[in-house]
Design a binder for this molecule. Structure first.
Ligand code: URA
Length: 419
């Protein structure tokens, strides 16, 4: 078997065998297949697709490319969560401490930014000292000790996905059902939970732009999960405008901290409660979704959820004084308010365009080796439905480069549709 034959088969829209898929994953993970060859194959998959059998084989090969955790010591209550990605999506940083504070063990492996979307790992790393690259043993010990650990993808868990994920980001092959389904489900299988809630985002700021595509992706992930003996619930959530107000790594962490201190933007609150209530149900901690939401709100109001976030940050080497006083987060060199001359109501804030703008400012990567700037991004002041008076602020731009600041100000005025 050789990689050139496999690439040309998929280039010609033929079906790959299980052995060919396993060969590619094994040899790419080992470094015997080059990035340029893997790029060609990934692009061919992107263009010509895969059938259900190929997607399942790809998922399992990626899941078993490293260690597969066994978490029976945490009992049947352990429930994992993942999102298909969005703009301003800081849900995991808010939701998982709430769930952990309610007695559900959380062992969460997250990704970095992908395409125009942000990644939880990049956001957590905006907290000075917070270690996302701890060993698998430490990860499990943390869950045993305090009930929660959130880490990045180590080279031990689904390493093939880690390599392919970075490659897809750098070759513009992100928005694709076989590649997204296998990426997410391989990580979930490797990280050991038997019950998984997946937030399938849909809209302008999601990889799935239509409900039909989001539904197809959801069905694909449920099918793979069932084949692997996992209980999977997918929840479709809207992602036309950014979620909450902040887009950019430390800016989103600050919004997440404030949420747990009681300042909850409406759209973000709805998503957090819906996903969390379903996680609690799967964990056997309450059949009634509405009652679960009320208990989640109580866990925020009594400070337990915030305390759990503090505990997790401290336990992973982070400086929790930044949580206690968020003004300590380093500010970007320039912060400017974007003022509009228009009067009316905000009809649209295209989340993909805001995500691309945040990347342009330095919040995301254009090449896989790029370093992100944690303190840049955009803070919306007006959301869809808000009324705008003359000279109102639409948003704040946080930038470290004056030329980029000016360009972003100009773009924000274009992105906001006010009628
Ligand atoms: N999240 C992932 O983990 N993988 C994808 O491909 C998209 C979102």
């Amino acid at each position: 078997m050789n990689i050139l034959e496999i690439i040309s088969k998929k280039r010609d829209a033929k079906e790959l065998t299980k052995e060919e898929i396993e060969y590619f994953i094994k040899e790419y993970t080992n470094g015997n297949i080059q990035d340029y060859q893997a790029s060609a194959l990934i692009m061919a998959i992107y263009i010509n697709g895969m059938n259900d059998r190929e997607i399942t084989d790809l998922t399992l090969a990626m899941a078993y490319s490293g260690e597969v955790l066994d978490l029976p010591k945490f009992g049947t209550a352990i429930v994992d969560k993942h999102s298909t990605g969005g703009v301003g999506d800081k849900v995991s940083i808010i939701l998982l401490p709430i769930i952990a504070a309610m007695g559900v063990p959380v062992a969460k492996m997250s990704g970095r930014g992908l395409g125009f979307t942000g990644g939880t790992v990049d956001k957590l790393e905006a907290i000075p000292g917070y270690k996302t690259n701890i060993s698998v043993q430490e990860f499990i010990q943390n869950v045993e000790k305090i009930g929660i650990s959130m880490i990045g993808q180590t080279m031990n868990l689904a390493p093939a996905d880690k390599k392919i994920y970075e490659l897809r980001d750098a070759i513009s092959c992100v928005e694709n059902i076989p590649l997204i389904a296998s990426s997410i489900m391989s990580k979930k299988i490797a990280s050991g939970a038997n019950k998984i809630v997946i937030d399938v985002t849909v809209g302008k700021g999601a990889f799935m732009k239509t409900k039909e595509d989001a539904q197809k992706l959801a069905e694909q992930m449920v099918r793979i999960g069932n084949l692997a003996g996992k209980e999977v619930i997918c929840i479709l959530t809207p992602m036309d405008q950014p979620l909450g107000y902040a887009v950019g790594n430390s800016l989103e962490v600050i919004e997440a901290i404030n949420f747990l201190k009681g300042d909850m933007p409406k759209d973000l609150k709805e998503v957090v409660l819906e996903l969390g209530a379903n996680m609690l149900k799967l964990a056997g901690k309450g059949e009634n979704i509405e009652e679960n939401k009320i208990r989640m709100l109580e866990t925020i109001e009594n400070g337990e959820a915030y305390k759990k976030l503090l505990e997790m940050v401290e336990n992973q080497g982070g400086d929790s004084s930044y949580l206690e006083d968020t003004t300590k987060f380093e500010k970007s060199k320039y912060i400017s308010a974007v003022v509009t001359e228009k009067i009316g109501q905000v009809k649209e804030i295209n989340a993909e365009k805001i995500g691309e703008l945040a990347c342009y400012l330095g919040a995301g990567r254009l090449r896989k080796e790029d370093k992100i700037q944690p303190n840049v991004g955009i803070i919306l002041n007006k959301k869809v439905g808000d009324m705008v008076e003359e000279q109102d602020f639409l948003a704040y731009v946080c930038a470290n480069d004056e030329m980029k600041l000016r360009e972003a100000e100009r773009k924000i005025l274009e992105i906001y549709k006010i009628l």
